[in-house]
Design a binder for this molecule. Sequence first.
Ligand code: NOJ
Length: 576
Amino acid sequence: MAQPNQNQEKLVWWKEATAYQIYPRSFYDSNADGIGDIPGIIKKLDYLADLGIDLVWICPFYQSPNDDNGYDISDYQAIHPDFGCLDDVDRLIREAHKRGIKIIIDLVINHTSDEHPWFIESRQNRNSAKRDWYIWRDGSEAITEKPTNEPNNWESIFHGSAWQYDAETAQYYLHLFSSKQPDLNWENPEVKAALFSMIHWWLERGIDGFRVDAISHIKKQANLPSLPNPNGDNYVSSFKYHMNVKGIEEHLHELRDKAFSPFDIVTVGEANGVAAEDALTWVAEETATNKAGVFNMIFQFEHMNLWSEDSNQSSFNLVKFKQILTRWQNALEGMGWNALYLENHDQARSINTFGNPNYRYASATALATCYFLMKGTPFIYQGQELGLVNFHFTSLDQFDDISARNLINKLKHQGKSDQYILSLLNRVSRDHSRLPMPWNSEENGGFSTVTPWITVNPNYERINVSEQLNNQNSVLQFYKQLIELRKQHKSLIIGRYKLILADDPNVYAYQRVSDDCTWTIITNLSDNVAKVNIDCSALGDLILDNQTKNNEIAKTNFEKTGLASAYGAYVFMTKH
Ligand code: NOJ
């Protein structure tokens, strides 16, 4: 059982931890139904322990009609039978703890499923005791330029209107995500009390904390005003009025004080729309004069949106990428803590987005080196440690994700060609990262003995866990080295981050400086050999690189020429 909070030391376990994210549906199928499950995760705990993982975040496994693959919860305290049962969760916690691994689960409290008993009761009639647990409004006559009569012109994050008409009671309910994910009304104290009691129930069960879904959306702009609509669109992107809206702190503080504070746990908030400037409201550490922020870490989004939605534009802007991550490193220095990530279940694979699949090993390891050794807790998304790349979808019918399917409808409606939509989704679809984990070169990559719920990337024959465990020159072995390096050197946990070569368009280079040593991390994130404009002779020992197994040769080459190969990664350390 989680213990009541004790005075936190500056260096706490979750700062030293390496975290790993599991999308359970696609991790490992233990009962031959084509769907990954909790006993499947238990079977792979030794793999995670061997990799060096200390903390695992598991995406939702609760009861759900699966409109958004489990992010639409119909019972917070029950497990979807596809994944197992509560006993399996208890066993998972026990088995993980035996191996020194902590487990955090997804806490989805901005919305429920429309099949949750709370919503079923809420929609029954306008006088229902739970009517005000969700956000119901009459249609608006005021919006005349639109074909429908929704209360305002907000677009859902998953495309289309953010409102769903309910004929029974002749009102609309708000859903920022799919129409089967009605938003809870956080202005109603009863809603918060019910959520907090559910949170306590999980914590008393022994869960080590939460990744808190969509938490920057719980506060909506008062009166839910329409947005300006200069182009006369059907619906208008509405983030401004429901993302990190002023006043959200009150809800967040209540969440911290009433739900989290009594327990010694780790919390990571999903914080779309939170900028480095306001980050301390979210993650400040407790000091004598300042009560802590709300979460131990947040997933900020700023570095993930550096490519355009225009399907012709695929390259990302490294200088901006450096500016953003450096802003976050500096903003939290000594006062908060970063969650470091390049991939998750909502993103395409990072090699395709930030690197180049033609240089799969080099770009996987260079990207890994680049983000992993910054100050913060690194999160690895399942398969990232193998250097998995995007799947090539050939038809729009292949997409499973509700947001992709809604986008297809929207773009078709706008007259976009199938080819345009396919090319866009081949670049950004969330399904890329949701394909089954390849464990070996057997059928279905060893994920399942029957046809999996979603297509398998046929490259499992080459790229899989078993092959990489046996191959000293694999991406997996490189990740193991990075994880071990961080474990061996406190200076990589606490050292200050300092960007160098800020304007270089090809090279991401930075230092981690502590009292006893300086690390210099140099990654060429381009397809070409890059000149690195620093004094190579003062960098110290080359501790890790992705060039050759012989460090001295890599070092000499680099020192002689100052030239970093395409997606070359070099980690130096000098003692003071
Ligand atoms: C963020 C989650 O990461 C995503 O997968 C989900 O669709 C939305 N929140 C809605 O819960």
